[in-house]
Design a protein around this ligand. Structure first.
Ligand SMILES: [Cu+2]
Length: 106
Protein backbone atom coordinates (compact mmCIF):
# COMPACT_ATOMS: atom_id res chain seq x y z
CA UNK A 1 0.00 0.00 0.00
CA UNK A 2 2.84 2.38 0.92
CA UNK A 3 4.55 1.66 -2.39
CA UNK A 4 1.42 2.51 -4.31
CA UNK A 5 1.11 5.86 -2.56
CA UNK A 6 4.76 6.68 -3.28
CA UNK A 7 4.21 5.67 -6.90
CA UNK A 8 1.14 7.90 -7.22
CA UNK A 9 2.96 10.75 -5.53
CA UNK A 10 5.91 10.35 -7.87
CA UNK A 11 3.57 10.31 -10.87
CA UNK A 12 1.79 13.48 -9.76
CA UNK A 13 5.10 15.20 -9.15
CA UNK A 14 6.39 14.10 -12.54
CA UNK A 15 3.33 15.30 -14.43
CA UNK A 16 3.30 18.57 -12.48
CA UNK A 17 6.91 19.19 -13.41
CA UNK A 18 6.14 18.42 -17.03
CA UNK A 19 3.25 20.83 -17.24
CA UNK A 20 5.23 23.60 -15.58
CA UNK A 21 8.08 23.28 -18.09
CA UNK A 22 5.54 23.34 -20.91
CA UNK A 23 4.10 26.58 -19.57
CA UNK A 24 7.57 28.10 -19.35
CA UNK A 25 8.23 27.24 -22.96
CA UNK A 26 5.03 28.93 -24.03
CA UNK A 27 5.98 31.99 -22.04
CA UNK A 28 9.49 32.34 -23.47
CA UNK A 29 8.57 31.63 -27.08
CA UNK A 30 6.96 34.99 -27.93
CA UNK A 31 10.06 36.81 -26.58
CA UNK A 32 12.31 34.84 -28.90
CA UNK A 33 10.26 35.67 -31.99
CA UNK A 34 10.08 39.32 -30.80
CA UNK A 35 8.91 41.46 -33.68
CA UNK A 36 10.96 44.58 -34.32
CA UNK A 37 8.79 47.64 -34.10
CA UNK A 38 9.56 50.85 -35.90
CA UNK A 39 8.98 54.46 -35.10
CA UNK A 40 8.86 57.44 -37.39
CA UNK A 41 10.59 60.62 -36.27
CA UNK A 42 10.38 64.05 -37.78
CA UNK A 43 12.70 66.83 -36.65
CA UNK A 44 12.89 70.46 -37.68
CA UNK A 45 16.51 71.15 -38.50
CA UNK A 46 17.91 74.52 -39.51
CA UNK A 47 21.28 75.33 -41.03
CA UNK A 48 21.15 72.96 -44.01
CA UNK A 49 21.64 74.93 -47.24
CA UNK A 50 22.31 72.32 -49.94
CA UNK A 51 22.34 68.60 -50.73
CA UNK A 52 25.85 68.39 -49.25
CA UNK A 53 24.40 69.38 -45.88
CA UNK A 54 21.67 66.78 -46.31
CA UNK A 55 24.32 64.12 -46.93
CA UNK A 56 26.29 65.17 -43.88
CA UNK A 57 23.21 64.79 -41.68
CA UNK A 58 22.10 61.55 -43.35
CA UNK A 59 25.53 59.93 -43.14
CA UNK A 60 25.94 60.96 -39.52
CA UNK A 61 22.61 59.45 -38.52
CA UNK A 62 22.83 56.30 -40.65
CA UNK A 63 25.76 55.07 -38.57
CA UNK A 64 23.72 55.17 -35.39
CA UNK A 65 22.50 51.92 -33.91
CA UNK A 66 18.75 51.58 -34.43
CA UNK A 67 18.47 53.99 -37.34
CA UNK A 68 16.92 52.29 -40.37
CA UNK A 69 16.28 55.13 -42.79
CA UNK A 70 17.10 58.84 -42.89
CA UNK A 71 15.87 61.52 -45.24
CA UNK A 72 17.07 65.06 -44.81
CA UNK A 73 15.66 67.99 -46.73
CA UNK A 74 17.30 71.41 -46.69
CA UNK A 75 14.29 72.90 -48.53
CA UNK A 76 11.83 71.84 -45.83
CA UNK A 77 14.35 72.12 -42.99
CA UNK A 78 13.32 68.64 -41.96
CA UNK A 79 14.93 65.33 -41.11
CA UNK A 80 12.66 62.31 -41.27
CA UNK A 81 13.79 59.01 -39.80
CA UNK A 82 12.63 55.46 -39.48
CA UNK A 83 14.09 53.98 -36.32
CA UNK A 84 13.84 50.82 -34.26
CA UNK A 85 11.51 51.40 -31.34
CA UNK A 86 13.22 51.62 -27.93
CA UNK A 87 16.68 51.48 -29.45
CA UNK A 88 17.33 55.10 -30.14
CA UNK A 89 15.51 58.18 -28.86
CA UNK A 90 14.84 61.69 -30.08
CA UNK A 91 17.47 63.26 -27.83
CA UNK A 92 20.23 61.03 -29.19
CA UNK A 93 19.20 61.90 -32.75
CA UNK A 94 19.15 65.63 -31.92
CA UNK A 95 22.58 65.43 -30.31
CA UNK A 96 24.00 63.74 -33.39
CA UNK A 97 22.53 66.34 -35.75
CA UNK A 98 24.01 69.13 -33.62
CA UNK A 99 27.34 67.29 -33.47
CA UNK A 100 27.63 67.40 -37.28
CA UNK A 101 26.89 71.13 -37.24
CA UNK A 102 23.15 71.78 -37.55
CA UNK A 103 20.50 73.07 -35.24
CA UNK A 104 17.47 71.11 -34.10
CA UNK A 105 14.45 73.28 -33.32
CA UNK A 106 12.31 72.19 -30.41
CU1 LIG B 1 25.37 72.62 -47.62
Amino acid sequence: MKNVIILIFAFICFSACQSSTKKENQKTKPEKIQVVQYDKMELNVTGMTCTGCENTVENGLKNMDGVIEVKASHKDNKVILKVEKNKVNRDEISQKIEAVGYKVEE
